[in-house]
Ligand binder design. Structure first.
Ligand code: URA
Ligand code: SF4
Length: 211
């Protein structure tokens, strides 16, 4: 398949916009080709004033159908881990590095495709605008795609997780695993340890956001 032109989201991001204005403008974004095969944009959930921002990879099948981030299977793992870490989900701002669902169709199923670096870069102006509006104390990068989007470089989860690093716009960034990586371990050896580590990482973010 020929590479599609990707102008990037910048020209769709209104200058100096508040959260609601960003949210509605994102529905019009044509900054890369991913909007074409998606049902809708999935922008974010949460409010200004949130001290913690959680950044995932991209919406999944259910998120694409509803327009809400992290409501499918990975979202349920995230909900449990947030509750166990003492972070009320309603107090966090939840978003994704890439705002449209990249996938291919096989039979009746829509299969997730990882967004490429070009999609992360094309979509970055939205994340940047969100950082400006929310101004969180701590940003949690859920997985390598979010880490790359926030830090602008490749990130290795195993080597870098659990440490607070200096991120954009004065926020601190904490890298951890993506909850969908845990889904593969459910009911198997390794689940407890992986889940407990995610909760422990979120507790570090919780404490840093309070400080
Ligand atoms: N996975 C993500 O990274 N984000 C979502 O919103 C859902 C699943
Ligand atoms: Fe715009 Fe991001 Fe959607 Fe691409 S994925 S069209 S850059 S909102």
């Amino acid at each position: 398949m020929a590479d599609v032109e990707r102008p990037g989201a910048q020209e769709w991001v209104p200058d100096g916009a508040g959260l609601e204005e960003l949210r509605s403008a994102s529905a019009e974004c044509r900054g890369c080709e991913l909007w074409k095969d998606a049902e809708q944009v999935v922008f974010s959930a949460g409010q200004r004033g949130a001290r913690i921002m959680l950044v995932g990879e991209q919406p999944g099948d259910q998120e694409d159908r509803t327009g809400e981030p992290f409501i499918g299977p990975a979202g349920r793992v995230l909900d449990d881990a947030l509750a166990d870490a003492g972070i009320p989900r309603g107090e966090a701002y939840v978003t994704n590095a890439v705002k449209h669902f990249r996938h291919h169709v096989r039979g009746k199923r829509r299969i997730h495709d990882k967004p490429g670096v070009a999609h992360i870069e094309a979509c970055h102006p939205w994340l940047d605008a969100e950082m400006r509006v929310i101004s969180p104390a701590v940003v949690v990068a859920l997985g390598a795609t979010a880490g790359r989007a926030l830090l602008g470089r490749p990130v290795r989860i195993t080597a870098e997780r659990g440490a607070l690093t200096e991120g954009p716009q004065g926020a601190r960034v904490l890298i951890t695993t993506h909850p969908s990586a845990l889904l593969r371990l459910r009911g198997r050896e390794g689940w407890d340890e992986a889940y407990d580590r995610l909760v422990a990482d979120l507790e570090i973010a919780r404490d840093a956001a309070r400080a």
